[in-house]
Structures are given as C-alpha cells and as structure tokens.
Design a protein around this ligand. Sequence first.
Ligand code: SLL
Length: 266
Amino acid sequence: MADKKSNKRIKSLSIHRPFIYGTTARPFDPLRNPKPPGIPDDHTHSWEVFVKGVDDTDITYWLRRVQFKLHESIPNHVRIVDAVPGKPFSLKETGWGEFEITIRLYYVSESNEKPQTLYHHLRLHPYGRTEEEKEEMKNGPDGGVVKSWNYDEQIFNEPYESFYEILTSGAMPASSMKGGKGGGKQKGEKEAKMERSEGGVLARSAMIPLTNRGPEYPFSRETEQCEIEKLKKALVKVEEMTRRTKEEMEKKEKRLKELKAEGAKA
Ligand code: SLL
C-alpha cells in the first residue's frame, strides 16, 4: 500500500472517552492553608480548575489544549494550558468570589474536531443538595475543601480513521502512564497485564472505575449504583406522595359532591 493512507471518517461509529472537570477550593487558614505572601488582602480562598482523566489517567492523546476564561476582575483572565503528557490540565488561582469559568477544549489535530466549550461554576463555599451534604463539606474529614467536580464523556462521532487509530492504539495499565514521557505506547507494554487493578481503569480506555478508592476518585460504578439507589428511594417517596395527594383529592371531590347535593335539596 502507498504510504499516504486515505483518511476518511468512519461512518456510523461513535467513540467516547471519560474525563473529569471541575474546581477545588480551600479557604485560607493559618494552619491548613496559610496565605502566601503577596496575595491581596481581600482574597479569601485558593482554588484550582482542572480537566483530567478518570483516576488521573492521561488524556493528552485526544486533548491538546485547554483555555480557561476566568472572571474579568482577574488579571490576565484568559489562560491557556497546553498538554503535558500524563498530567492534568490545571490552573491555580486565589480570589474572593464565585463565578462561571468558560472551559474551551482543543482536540489533537488528528481529530479534525473544532474546539468545544464547557461552563463550570467555581464554588468557594460549601454547598449540597441537603444540609447534611453541606455540613459534610464544611466539617467532614476533608474539612473546608470545596469540590465541584463533574464526570463527563467526550464523544467523537464518525472519527477520522487516523484519529480512531490513536484512540484505540491499545489500553494499558494506568501505572505505566504515570509521569510517562510522550504518553505513547512502548514496546512490551502491550504484553503487560491488561487487567484492572483494584477496580481501577486502564489508560487509553473508556473504562470507568468499578469501586471508590478515596476522596480523590469519587467517580465509579459504585457511586453510580449508589446514586441509582438514592433515585429509586426518592421515586418510591414521590409515588407515595402522589398516592396520598390523589386520595385527598378524591375525598375532597366526594365532599364537594355531597355539599352540592345538599345545596340542590335546600
Ligand atoms: C461576585 N459575580 O460578585 C461575582 C464575581 C469575581 C471574583 C466574582 C478577583 C480575584 C483577583 C476575584 O476573586 N473575583 O482579583 O485576582 O461574587
């Protein structure tokens, strides 16, 4: 075959890669998070915004650059972070207020994909769906650290053949990628054991961790199952409430009929 390969889109195929984006914030505190010298008086928190792989696996084989657009009050508010193989796309700052961060993803050139935009609200203050969740964020083991992390899946529809080849160039143990130069596959790694260790994932795969292994890795099938259970319970509750409301309504309608009948008689 000629060395100039054809490079067509693969029709009716879509492939995805999981990733995590979000923010982590810490209040300044003389003991746990002392304020570095030179930080303005009105800054109350240090924070980080990031885009990374699940279990800190490398994603630079499909993502080459991330642009973070911060609040205009911040000097130099449009920041570009270029890929460093094996490392998350991350930006650290300090400040006093919450705002929406615009995250623009630039894909590797082989993908021929246009950049895409995500929006993420920087959270500095404890929040939650319930008071308990909020309390946990305030006073839990991770006390005061406010995480707002999202799991997402990057979908590539009808990828170009050459890009598809990159994406599927072979899953490998996550450990072989840690701090790895070039992020590429090396000979011999193919032979490495292709099993998940401790419920984790393989690098360059679409795997989702099976189990939770600490607060740094909150996204897994286990968490998903937990959420599903919560939803199921909530659904039962809603059904019970609906049933009761219906009962009440029927009672009231009955009473209304009775009153009407009495009125007609009178
Ligand atoms: C608010 N709408 O009023 C938001 C704006 C802006 C936050 C928050 C400045 C940091 C710096 C900073 O934290 N701005 O000066 O570097 O809450």
